[in-house]
Write a protein that binds this ligand. Sequence first.
Ligand code: DOR
Length: 428
Amino acid sequence: MSDLLIRGGRVIDAAGERVADVLVRGGHVVEVGTGLSGDEVLDASGCVVAPGLVDLHVHLREPGMEEAETVDTGARAAALGGFTAVVAMPNTEPAQDDPAVVMAVLAAGERASCDVAPAGCITRGRAGEALAPMGELHDLGVRIFTDDGACVADAGVMRHALDYSRALPGAVVAQHAEDPGLAGSGAMHEGAWSSRLGIPGRPAAAEDIIVARDLILAELTGARVHFLHVSTAGAVEMVRAAKARGLPVTAEAAPHHFTLTDECCASFDPVFKVHPPLRAQADVDAIRAGLADGTIDAIATDHAPHPVEQKERPFEEAPPGMLGLETALALTLTELVAPGLLSLADALALLSWRPAAIAGLESHGQPVEAGSVANLCVIDPDLPWEVDPLRLASKARNTPFAGRKLTGRVRHTLLRGEPVVIDGEAQR
Ligand code: DOR
Protein backbone atom coordinates (compact mmCIF):
# COMPACT_ATOMS: atom_id res chain seq x y z
CA MET A 1 0.00 0.00 0.00
CA SER A 2 1.51 3.34 -1.05
CA ASP A 3 1.78 6.17 1.41
CA LEU A 4 1.67 9.93 1.29
CA LEU A 5 3.82 12.33 3.26
CA ILE A 6 2.80 15.84 4.25
CA ARG A 7 6.22 17.31 4.81
CA GLY A 8 7.47 20.01 7.11
CA GLY A 9 4.27 21.72 8.25
CA ARG A 10 3.29 23.30 11.53
CA VAL A 11 0.73 20.85 12.88
CA ILE A 12 -2.05 22.51 14.89
CA ASP A 13 -4.91 20.55 16.47
CA ALA A 14 -6.84 20.36 19.73
CA ALA A 15 -3.80 18.70 21.33
CA GLY A 16 -1.40 21.54 20.60
CA GLU A 17 1.18 22.61 18.09
CA ARG A 18 4.48 21.17 16.71
CA VAL A 19 6.46 21.13 13.47
CA ALA A 20 6.26 17.63 12.04
CA ASP A 21 5.85 15.41 8.99
CA VAL A 22 2.55 13.55 8.75
CA LEU A 23 2.54 10.13 7.09
CA VAL A 24 -0.77 8.89 5.69
CA ARG A 25 -1.56 5.37 4.56
CA GLY A 26 -4.83 3.50 3.96
CA GLY A 27 -6.92 6.56 4.78
CA HIS A 28 -5.35 7.06 8.21
CA VAL A 29 -2.53 9.00 9.77
CA VAL A 30 0.08 6.34 10.56
CA GLU A 31 2.93 8.43 11.92
CA VAL A 32 3.70 11.99 12.99
CA GLY A 33 7.35 12.85 13.46
CA THR A 34 10.44 14.30 11.86
CA GLY A 35 12.55 13.00 9.00
CA LEU A 36 9.79 10.70 7.67
CA SER A 37 9.64 9.61 4.03
CA GLY A 38 6.77 8.57 1.78
CA ASP A 39 6.00 7.47 -1.80
CA GLU A 40 4.16 10.68 -2.63
CA VAL A 41 5.06 13.99 -0.97
CA LEU A 42 2.92 17.07 -0.41
CA ASP A 43 4.99 20.06 0.58
CA ALA A 44 3.75 21.86 3.70
CA SER A 45 6.74 24.07 4.50
CA GLY A 46 5.56 27.45 5.77
CA CYS A 47 2.08 25.96 6.07
CA VAL A 48 -0.25 24.85 8.84
CA VAL A 49 -1.42 21.22 8.87
CA ALA A 50 -4.74 20.87 10.67
CA PRO A 51 -7.74 18.62 10.97
CA GLY A 52 -10.07 19.32 8.03
CA LEU A 53 -12.55 22.12 8.58
CA VAL A 54 -16.19 21.33 9.38
CA ASP A 55 -19.04 23.57 8.27
CA LEU A 56 -22.25 23.19 10.26
CA HIS A 57 -24.31 25.19 7.81
CA VAL A 58 -24.28 24.74 4.04
CA HIS A 59 -27.04 24.86 1.43
CA LEU A 60 -26.20 22.36 -1.30
CA ARG A 61 -29.56 22.78 -3.12
CA GLU A 62 -29.83 19.14 -4.16
CA PRO A 63 -32.47 17.86 -4.65
CA GLY A 64 -34.57 20.45 -6.40
CA MET A 65 -32.44 23.51 -7.12
CA GLU A 66 -29.49 22.03 -8.96
CA GLU A 67 -29.18 25.12 -11.15
CA ALA A 68 -27.83 26.90 -8.03
CA GLU A 69 -25.56 24.15 -6.63
CA THR A 70 -25.31 20.39 -6.36
CA VAL A 71 -23.81 18.14 -3.73
CA ASP A 72 -20.91 17.62 -6.12
CA THR A 73 -20.19 21.30 -6.87
CA GLY A 74 -20.83 22.45 -3.30
CA ALA A 75 -18.55 19.74 -1.89
CA ARG A 76 -15.81 20.74 -4.35
CA ALA A 77 -16.11 24.36 -3.18
CA ALA A 78 -15.97 23.08 0.39
CA ALA A 79 -12.81 21.07 -0.22
CA LEU A 80 -11.16 24.10 -1.83
CA GLY A 81 -12.11 26.02 1.31
CA GLY A 82 -10.40 23.40 3.50
CA PHE A 83 -13.59 21.64 4.63
CA THR A 84 -13.65 17.87 4.88
CA ALA A 85 -17.23 17.74 6.16
CA VAL A 86 -20.32 19.89 5.75
CA VAL A 87 -23.79 19.71 7.23
CA ALA A 88 -26.29 20.04 4.37
CA MET A 89 -29.29 22.16 5.29
CA PRO A 90 -32.69 20.58 4.69
CA ASN A 91 -34.45 23.36 2.73
CA THR A 92 -34.17 21.37 -0.46
CA GLU A 93 -37.13 20.55 -2.71
CA PRO A 94 -38.46 18.20 -1.51
CA ALA A 95 -37.24 19.05 1.97
CA GLN A 96 -35.06 16.67 3.99
CA ASP A 97 -38.00 15.68 6.15
CA ASP A 98 -38.18 12.16 4.82
CA PRO A 99 -35.80 9.19 4.93
CA ALA A 100 -35.83 8.81 1.13
CA VAL A 101 -34.64 12.39 0.60
CA VAL A 102 -31.93 12.07 3.25
CA MET A 103 -30.79 8.80 1.68
CA ALA A 104 -30.54 10.50 -1.72
CA VAL A 105 -28.35 13.27 -0.27
CA LEU A 106 -26.20 10.69 1.51
CA ALA A 107 -25.80 8.77 -1.76
CA ALA A 108 -24.76 11.90 -3.66
CA GLY A 109 -22.31 12.69 -0.86
CA GLU A 110 -20.55 9.35 -1.24
CA ARG A 111 -18.95 10.52 -4.49
CA ALA A 112 -18.26 14.06 -3.30
CA SER A 113 -15.04 15.90 -2.39
CA CYS A 114 -16.00 16.13 1.29
CA ASP A 115 -18.23 14.24 3.69
CA VAL A 116 -21.83 15.41 3.51
CA ALA A 117 -23.94 15.06 6.65
CA PRO A 118 -27.56 15.88 5.84
CA ALA A 119 -29.48 17.78 8.49
CA GLY A 120 -33.05 16.65 8.99
CA CYS A 121 -36.09 18.87 9.26
CA ILE A 122 -37.69 19.50 12.62
CA THR A 123 -41.14 19.70 11.06
CA ARG A 124 -42.80 18.23 7.98
CA GLY A 125 -42.13 20.42 4.97
CA ARG A 126 -40.47 22.94 7.33
CA ALA A 127 -43.99 24.21 7.89
CA GLY A 128 -43.55 24.55 11.66
CA GLU A 129 -46.50 22.30 12.51
CA ALA A 130 -46.23 18.48 12.63
CA LEU A 131 -42.87 17.01 13.64
CA ALA A 132 -40.83 15.30 10.92
CA PRO A 133 -40.01 11.61 11.55
CA MET A 134 -36.98 12.61 13.60
CA GLY A 135 -36.39 9.08 14.90
CA GLU A 136 -36.26 7.57 11.40
CA LEU A 137 -33.93 10.33 10.24
CA HIS A 138 -31.73 9.76 13.29
CA ASP A 139 -31.56 6.05 12.37
CA LEU A 140 -29.95 7.18 9.09
CA GLY A 141 -27.29 9.11 10.99
CA VAL A 142 -28.90 12.55 11.11
CA ARG A 143 -27.81 14.45 14.22
CA ILE A 144 -28.70 18.07 13.43
CA PHE A 145 -32.38 18.86 13.14
CA THR A 146 -33.45 22.24 11.81
CA ASP A 147 -36.05 23.96 9.65
CA ASP A 148 -33.35 26.45 8.60
CA GLY A 149 -34.56 29.18 6.33
CA ALA A 150 -37.65 29.06 8.50
CA CYS A 151 -37.93 29.54 12.25
CA VAL A 152 -39.88 27.07 14.37
CA ALA A 153 -42.15 29.86 15.51
CA ASP A 154 -44.63 27.90 17.63
CA ALA A 155 -43.25 27.45 21.14
CA GLY A 156 -45.31 24.29 21.65
CA VAL A 157 -43.90 22.67 18.52
CA MET A 158 -40.37 23.65 19.54
CA ARG A 159 -40.90 22.21 23.00
CA HIS A 160 -42.20 18.99 21.49
CA ALA A 161 -39.14 18.73 19.18
CA LEU A 162 -36.77 19.37 22.07
CA ASP A 163 -38.50 16.78 24.25
CA TYR A 164 -38.36 14.24 21.43
CA SER A 165 -34.72 14.96 20.64
CA ARG A 166 -33.71 13.88 24.14
CA ALA A 167 -34.48 10.29 23.18
CA LEU A 168 -32.13 10.49 20.18
CA PRO A 169 -28.46 10.13 21.20
CA GLY A 170 -26.29 12.95 19.89
CA ALA A 171 -29.23 14.87 18.43
CA VAL A 172 -29.29 18.64 18.51
CA VAL A 173 -32.15 20.94 17.56
CA ALA A 174 -30.81 23.93 15.62
CA GLN A 175 -32.94 27.02 15.39
CA HIS A 176 -33.09 29.69 12.70
CA ALA A 177 -33.95 32.34 15.26
CA GLU A 178 -36.08 34.94 13.52
CA ASP A 179 -39.65 35.45 14.67
CA PRO A 180 -41.61 35.51 11.38
CA GLY A 181 -44.16 37.97 12.70
CA LEU A 182 -41.49 40.50 13.58
CA ALA A 183 -39.21 39.87 10.61
CA GLY A 184 -42.23 40.03 8.30
CA SER A 185 -41.24 40.81 4.74
CA GLY A 186 -38.29 42.91 5.85
CA ALA A 187 -35.33 42.72 3.51
CA MET A 188 -32.50 44.14 5.64
CA HIS A 189 -31.68 44.98 9.25
CA GLU A 190 -34.12 47.45 10.79
CA GLY A 191 -32.20 50.56 11.79
CA ALA A 192 -30.93 53.90 10.59
CA TRP A 193 -29.83 52.49 7.24
CA SER A 194 -33.15 50.79 6.45
CA SER A 195 -34.95 54.05 7.25
CA ARG A 196 -32.63 56.05 5.05
CA LEU A 197 -32.84 53.55 2.17
CA GLY A 198 -36.59 52.99 2.45
CA ILE A 199 -36.12 49.21 2.59
CA PRO A 200 -38.40 47.41 5.07
CA GLY A 201 -36.41 46.12 8.04
CA ARG A 202 -36.07 42.94 10.09
CA PRO A 203 -35.47 44.04 13.68
CA ALA A 204 -32.81 42.52 15.93
CA ALA A 205 -35.72 41.83 18.30
CA ALA A 206 -36.96 39.15 15.87
CA GLU A 207 -33.81 37.15 16.64
CA ASP A 208 -33.54 38.08 20.30
CA ILE A 209 -37.09 37.02 21.14
CA ILE A 210 -36.63 33.53 19.72
CA VAL A 211 -33.23 33.08 21.37
CA ALA A 212 -34.70 34.15 24.72
CA ARG A 213 -37.67 31.83 24.29
CA ASP A 214 -35.63 28.84 23.19
CA LEU A 215 -33.21 29.24 26.08
CA ILE A 216 -36.22 29.00 28.38
CA LEU A 217 -37.36 25.91 26.48
CA ALA A 218 -33.86 24.40 26.71
CA GLU A 219 -34.06 24.83 30.47
CA LEU A 220 -37.54 23.36 30.59
CA THR A 221 -36.69 20.28 28.51
CA GLY A 222 -33.01 19.75 29.27
CA ALA A 223 -32.43 19.29 25.52
CA ARG A 224 -29.52 20.56 23.46
CA VAL A 225 -30.21 23.70 21.43
CA HIS A 226 -27.94 25.16 18.78
CA PHE A 227 -28.46 28.66 17.41
CA LEU A 228 -27.70 29.02 13.73
CA HIS A 229 -26.08 32.16 12.29
CA VAL A 230 -26.28 34.32 15.42
CA SER A 231 -26.17 37.97 14.34
CA THR A 232 -27.23 40.27 17.19
CA ALA A 233 -25.48 41.62 20.28
CA GLY A 234 -28.55 40.60 22.29
CA ALA A 235 -28.35 36.97 21.16
CA VAL A 236 -24.63 36.79 21.99
CA GLU A 237 -25.26 38.18 25.46
CA MET A 238 -28.12 35.75 26.15
CA VAL A 239 -26.11 32.73 24.97
CA ARG A 240 -23.19 33.88 27.14
CA ALA A 241 -25.45 34.10 30.20
CA ALA A 242 -27.10 30.73 29.42
CA LYS A 243 -23.71 29.02 29.17
CA ALA A 244 -22.71 30.55 32.48
CA ARG A 245 -25.86 28.94 33.94
CA GLY A 246 -24.75 25.60 32.51
CA LEU A 247 -27.37 25.18 29.78
CA PRO A 248 -26.39 22.76 26.97
CA VAL A 249 -26.53 25.46 24.33
CA THR A 250 -24.21 26.12 21.39
CA ALA A 251 -24.09 28.83 18.75
CA GLU A 252 -22.46 29.53 15.41
CA ALA A 253 -21.72 32.76 13.55
CA ALA A 254 -21.18 33.33 9.85
CA PRO A 255 -18.22 35.23 8.37
CA HIS A 256 -20.50 37.84 6.81
CA HIS A 257 -21.85 38.66 10.26
CA PHE A 258 -18.40 39.39 11.64
CA THR A 259 -17.16 41.33 8.61
CA LEU A 260 -20.03 43.30 7.03
CA THR A 261 -22.64 45.76 8.28
CA ASP A 262 -26.07 46.89 7.09
CA GLU A 263 -24.39 49.89 5.50
CA CYS A 264 -23.44 47.55 2.59
CA CYS A 265 -27.12 47.55 1.61
CA ALA A 266 -26.80 51.23 0.63
CA SER A 267 -25.52 49.91 -2.71
CA PHE A 268 -28.96 48.29 -3.21
CA ASP A 269 -26.96 45.29 -4.44
CA PRO A 270 -28.93 42.14 -3.48
CA VAL A 271 -25.66 40.28 -2.99
CA PHE A 272 -25.81 41.85 0.50
CA LYS A 273 -29.27 40.45 1.26
CA VAL A 274 -29.23 37.58 3.74
CA HIS A 275 -31.36 36.15 6.56
CA PRO A 276 -30.70 37.03 9.30
CA PRO A 277 -29.56 40.33 7.80
CA LEU A 278 -26.24 42.15 8.00
CA ARG A 279 -26.51 44.10 11.24
CA ALA A 280 -25.09 47.28 12.79
CA GLN A 281 -21.45 47.73 13.80
CA ALA A 282 -22.28 47.14 17.48
CA ASP A 283 -23.65 43.71 16.55
CA VAL A 284 -20.56 42.89 14.46
CA ASP A 285 -18.40 43.87 17.43
CA ALA A 286 -20.47 41.64 19.74
CA ILE A 287 -20.14 38.66 17.37
CA ARG A 288 -16.38 39.16 17.31
CA ALA A 289 -16.28 39.34 21.10
CA GLY A 290 -18.44 36.19 21.31
CA LEU A 291 -16.04 34.35 19.02
CA ALA A 292 -13.07 35.52 21.05
CA ASP A 293 -14.43 34.53 24.46
CA GLY A 294 -15.92 31.16 23.46
CA THR A 295 -19.57 32.18 23.70
CA ILE A 296 -19.89 31.32 20.02
CA ASP A 297 -18.73 27.76 19.40
CA ALA A 298 -18.32 27.63 15.65
CA ILE A 299 -17.82 29.63 12.49
CA ALA A 300 -20.31 28.31 9.92
CA THR A 301 -20.70 29.73 6.46
CA ASP A 302 -24.45 29.57 5.71
CA HIS A 303 -23.22 29.07 2.12
CA ALA A 304 -26.41 29.92 0.20
CA PRO A 305 -25.96 29.80 -3.57
CA HIS A 306 -28.54 31.37 -5.87
CA PRO A 307 -28.58 31.49 -9.67
CA VAL A 308 -27.56 34.86 -11.14
CA GLU A 309 -30.95 35.51 -12.74
CA GLN A 310 -32.70 35.05 -9.38
CA LYS A 311 -30.25 36.96 -7.22
CA GLU A 312 -29.91 39.92 -9.56
CA ARG A 313 -33.40 41.22 -8.99
CA PRO A 314 -34.49 44.33 -7.13
CA PHE A 315 -33.27 44.16 -3.52
CA GLU A 316 -36.65 43.44 -1.96
CA GLU A 317 -37.50 40.68 -4.46
CA ALA A 318 -34.14 38.88 -4.53
CA PRO A 319 -33.74 35.69 -2.49
CA PRO A 320 -31.61 36.03 0.67
CA GLY A 321 -28.25 34.30 0.95
CA MET A 322 -24.56 34.53 0.10
CA LEU A 323 -21.73 32.17 -0.78
CA GLY A 324 -19.25 31.30 1.94
CA LEU A 325 -17.34 28.05 1.54
CA GLU A 326 -14.32 29.36 -0.36
CA THR A 327 -13.83 32.54 1.66
CA ALA A 328 -14.59 31.54 5.28
CA LEU A 329 -11.10 30.48 6.30
CA ALA A 330 -9.39 33.49 4.70
CA LEU A 331 -11.90 35.91 6.24
CA THR A 332 -11.29 34.35 9.64
CA LEU A 333 -7.52 34.60 9.24
CA THR A 334 -7.63 38.13 7.82
CA GLU A 335 -10.31 39.65 10.04
CA LEU A 336 -9.87 37.81 13.32
CA VAL A 337 -6.43 36.20 13.50
CA ALA A 338 -4.28 38.89 11.86
CA PRO A 339 -5.58 41.67 14.15
CA GLY A 340 -4.92 39.44 17.19
CA LEU A 341 -8.51 38.73 18.22
CA LEU A 342 -8.01 34.98 17.88
CA SER A 343 -4.94 32.77 17.85
CA LEU A 344 -4.57 30.47 14.87
CA ALA A 345 -5.44 27.53 17.15
CA ASP A 346 -8.59 29.32 18.39
CA ALA A 347 -9.64 29.97 14.79
CA LEU A 348 -9.13 26.32 13.85
CA ALA A 349 -11.09 25.23 16.92
CA LEU A 350 -14.02 27.36 15.70
CA LEU A 351 -13.69 26.01 12.16
CA SER A 352 -12.87 22.37 12.86
CA TRP A 353 -12.97 20.50 16.14
CA ARG A 354 -15.71 22.38 17.91
CA PRO A 355 -18.22 22.15 15.03
CA ALA A 356 -17.21 18.49 14.50
CA ALA A 357 -18.12 17.79 18.12
CA ILE A 358 -21.46 19.62 17.83
CA ALA A 359 -22.42 17.58 14.76
CA GLY A 360 -21.07 14.32 16.18
CA LEU A 361 -18.75 13.88 13.19
CA GLU A 362 -16.32 11.56 14.88
CA SER A 363 -13.82 11.17 12.05
CA HIS A 364 -13.40 14.93 11.69
CA GLY A 365 -11.68 17.50 13.87
CA GLN A 366 -9.56 14.79 15.46
CA PRO A 367 -5.98 15.33 16.65
CA VAL A 368 -3.42 14.69 13.92
CA GLU A 369 -1.92 11.53 15.40
CA ALA A 370 -1.33 7.92 14.46
CA GLY A 371 -4.66 6.11 14.10
CA SER A 372 -6.85 9.09 13.27
CA VAL A 373 -8.71 9.26 9.96
CA ALA A 374 -6.72 11.42 7.55
CA ASN A 375 -9.27 14.21 7.10
CA LEU A 376 -6.80 17.06 6.94
CA CYS A 377 -6.15 20.46 5.43
CA VAL A 378 -2.90 22.25 4.75
CA ILE A 379 -3.18 26.03 4.91
CA ASP A 380 -0.75 28.67 3.70
CA PRO A 381 -1.56 31.38 6.27
CA ASP A 382 0.46 34.08 4.51
CA LEU A 383 -0.73 33.76 0.91
CA PRO A 384 -2.41 36.95 -0.30
CA TRP A 385 -5.25 36.63 -2.82
CA GLU A 386 -8.24 38.50 -4.11
CA VAL A 387 -11.78 37.12 -4.30
CA ASP A 388 -12.86 36.75 -7.93
CA PRO A 389 -16.45 35.46 -8.19
CA LEU A 390 -15.73 34.02 -11.63
CA ARG A 391 -13.01 31.77 -10.21
CA LEU A 392 -15.11 30.19 -7.46
CA ALA A 393 -15.91 26.50 -7.80
CA SER A 394 -19.48 27.02 -6.64
CA LYS A 395 -22.06 27.07 -9.44
CA ALA A 396 -23.31 30.40 -8.13
CA ARG A 397 -21.60 33.79 -8.06
CA ASN A 398 -23.29 35.58 -5.16
CA THR A 399 -20.30 36.36 -2.97
CA PRO A 400 -20.45 39.68 -1.13
CA PHE A 401 -16.64 39.65 -0.98
CA ALA A 402 -15.88 40.19 -4.69
CA GLY A 403 -12.63 42.12 -5.06
CA ARG A 404 -11.75 41.75 -1.38
CA LYS A 405 -8.07 41.21 -0.63
CA LEU A 406 -7.53 38.38 1.85
CA THR A 407 -4.54 36.62 3.36
CA GLY A 408 -4.41 32.85 3.85
CA ARG A 409 -5.53 30.06 1.57
CA VAL A 410 -5.93 26.32 1.51
CA ARG A 411 -3.11 24.54 -0.23
CA HIS A 412 -4.06 20.86 0.11
CA THR A 413 -7.12 19.02 1.45
CA LEU A 414 -7.17 15.29 2.21
CA LEU A 415 -10.39 13.31 2.55
CA ARG A 416 -9.79 9.92 4.19
CA GLY A 417 -6.20 10.11 3.02
CA GLU A 418 -6.98 11.02 -0.57
CA PRO A 419 -5.82 14.44 -1.75
CA VAL A 420 -8.98 16.14 -3.06
CA VAL A 421 -7.17 19.49 -3.36
CA ILE A 422 -3.48 19.77 -4.28
CA ASP A 423 -1.79 23.18 -4.51
CA GLY A 424 -5.17 24.88 -4.55
CA GLU A 425 -6.52 22.75 -7.42
CA ALA A 426 -9.50 20.44 -7.03
CA GLN A 427 -8.63 16.83 -7.89
CA ARG A 428 -12.20 15.50 -8.22
O1 DOR B 1 -30.06 34.07 3.72
C1 DOR B 1 -30.44 32.92 3.87
N1 DOR B 1 -30.51 32.08 2.83
N2 DOR B 1 -30.80 32.49 5.08
C2 DOR B 1 -31.36 31.29 5.27
O2 DOR B 1 -31.63 30.93 6.38
C3 DOR B 1 -31.68 30.42 4.11
C4 DOR B 1 -30.73 30.69 3.02
C5 DOR B 1 -31.09 30.02 1.73
O3 DOR B 1 -31.51 28.87 1.73
O4 DOR B 1 -30.92 30.65 0.68
